[in-house]
Ligand binder design. Structure first.
Ligand code: NAD
Length: 455
């Protein structure tokens, strides 16, 4: 195994140094090839995700395939523009030079994926790596076995291993991979493992992007339009059974509207009819996560739901009421279909509670009050967020997607994926027909005052 990984990294470095991955044509050809592999194997993509999650093909298209294809299409359409050097202004001191910024690939990349959206979280960064002209090794999560096996089969059979290659495995294989020098490590997963990746990358000063998680707050202020707000936030919470990094983690609702809010929640959950049978609900990924979630359900606080089935790894959409900040469910990222509800009396109290927890990957405010919106944006740190909506910010490729502090470093999607896998060289390009004497020896007061003016 060790030799295998080492050989692949070495061959990718050699291939990268051959400059073949740099040309625009090469990048476009491979983006198109990746797209055609996905489109022509759609049935296999649907089957593998069903085997891992019991996820319907509708939801697979909505949350995995369509966003990946959109990322590929944007890259194909915009790449010619992205790779072009960008002219910027030049200061007078450097007359008659011109200045520009030249994107260059980082080199040999390692992409480590998480299991909850196994295609999207592996292939979307891969699109960025290809578009920017790199080579890449992809290591999907070992927990989503069937989807991981499918990506391995399709990529390893259709691309040369010295350009793109998938290595399957868990902690051992990732630890082995991390012993090698990469030019970029793109990691999606938990903050705990993110720290391990960061330490390994530091040894070689490798450029990193860490897409991590956290506890994503939702504030429901007293003026919120409750019905539509609840509809939007519950879809965001229970899609993929809450196994979504930017799903609402906990609700902070204003005391005055809490009862009305809970009535709307019950009404909406009854209407949405989340179940495997209706193809709008999925299994918990494995027994360990199932048990972890079951342990977080305090039966005395269950307001709605609470049913579980170990054999099917099913947990009903569950609302927990009268939750206290010290309850177990408030001590970790939930990452499942449990939604704790806490009440607040004034907005300062809600803001203070959020700021007392590590910076979240996402935060959401439901309010139409301009002053509250302004304060939410300026006072609450978060990776990405929404006002009167949740999760949908991720579907806009014009918005960079990433965390801050404990929830991540860096961002991607659309143009930002290209940036994420590129270095931007700053270049000053000066013709030889003129040279000012100002900086050269022969220092005097007149010269320095002229330089000051030119600055
Ligand atoms: P994880 O950190 O357990 O695993 C992620 C990856 O790291 C996997 O490929 C795994 O094989 C590898 N890994 C696990 N332990 C390792 C170790 N000790 N050394 C080296 N590699 C190791 O995370 P997960 O359970 O797959 O995913 C859940 C977490 O990921 C949640 O915190 C969630 O919020 C976060 N997440 C973030 C995003 C995002 O885009 N920001 C998306 C999905 C999930």
């Amino acid at each position: 195994m060790n030799l295998h990984i080492g050989e692949i990294v070495k061959s990718q470095r050699e291939f990268y140094r051959s400059n073949k991955s740099l040309s625009l044509e090469f990048r476009l050809t491979n983006l198109k090839k990746l797209k055609s592999l996905i489109v022509s194997n759609m049935n296999l993509f649907h089957k593998a995700i069903y085997d891992d999650f019991a996820k319907s093909s509708y939801e697979n298209e909505l949350t995995e395939i369509i966003p990946i294809i959109e990322e590929i299409d944007i890259a194909i359409k915009k790449l010619r523009k992205w790779v072009r050097p960008k002219r910027v202004g030049t200061n007078i001191l450097n007359f008659p030079a011109k200045s520009y910024i030249v994107p260059e690939p980082l080199g040999v990349c390692l992409i480590i994926g998480a299991w909850n959206f196994p295609y999207n979280l592996s292939l979307t960064p891969l699109v960025g790596a290809i578009a920017a002209g790199n080579t890449a090794i992809l290591k999907p999560s070992e927990l989503s076995k069937q989807t991981s096996a499918l990506m391995t089969m399709l990529i390893n059979e259709n691309f040369d291993s010295n350009y793109l290659h998938v290595i399957e495995g868990g902690v051992d294989e990732t630890t082995e991979l991390l012993k090698h020098k990469f030019d970029k490590i793109f990691f999606t997963g938990s903050p705990q493992v993110g720290k391990i990746i960061n330490m390994a990358a530091a040894k070689n000063l490798t450029n990193i992007t860490l897409e991590l998680g956290g506890k994503n707050p939702v504030i429901v202020h007293k003026d919120a339009s409750l019905k539509i707000s609840v509809k939007r936030m519950l879809w965001a919470k229970f899609t993929n059974s809450g196994q979504l990094c930017i799903a609402p983690d906990y609700i902070l609702v204003h005391k005055e509207v809490k009862d009305k809010f809970l009535d709307c929640v019950v009404e909406e959950l009854k209407k949405a009819k989340y179940s495997f049978k209706n193809n709008n609900y999925v299994k918990i990924i494995n027994d360990r996560n199932f048990q972890r979630l079951v342990n977080l359900i305090d039966e005395n606080k269950v307001f709605y739901g609470g049913k579980t089935n170990k054999t099917q790894r099913y947990i009903e959409p569950t609302i927990l009421n009268n939750i206290d900040i010290d309850d177990a469910i408030m001590q970790e990222e939930i990452f499942g279909p449990l939604l704790p509800v806490l009440a607040y009396e004034n907005i300062d109290e809600a803001f203070a509670l959020i700021k007392n927890i590590e910076k979240p990957l996402a935060a959401y405010l439901y309010s139409n009050n301009k002053g509250i919106k302004k304060r939410f944006l300026s006072e609450i740190p978060f990776g990405s967020g929404g006002i009167n909506d949740s999760v949908m910010q991720i579907s806009n490729p014009n918005l960079p997607f990433g965390g801050v502090g404990n929830s991540g470093i860096g961002s991607y999607h659309g143009r930002y994926s290209f940036n994420c896998f590129s270095h931007f060289k700053s270049v000053l390009d000066k013709p030889v027909y003129f040279e000012s004497n100002l900086k050269y020896y022969g220092y005097n007061k007149k010269k320095i005052s002229l330089i000051k003016k030119l600055f």
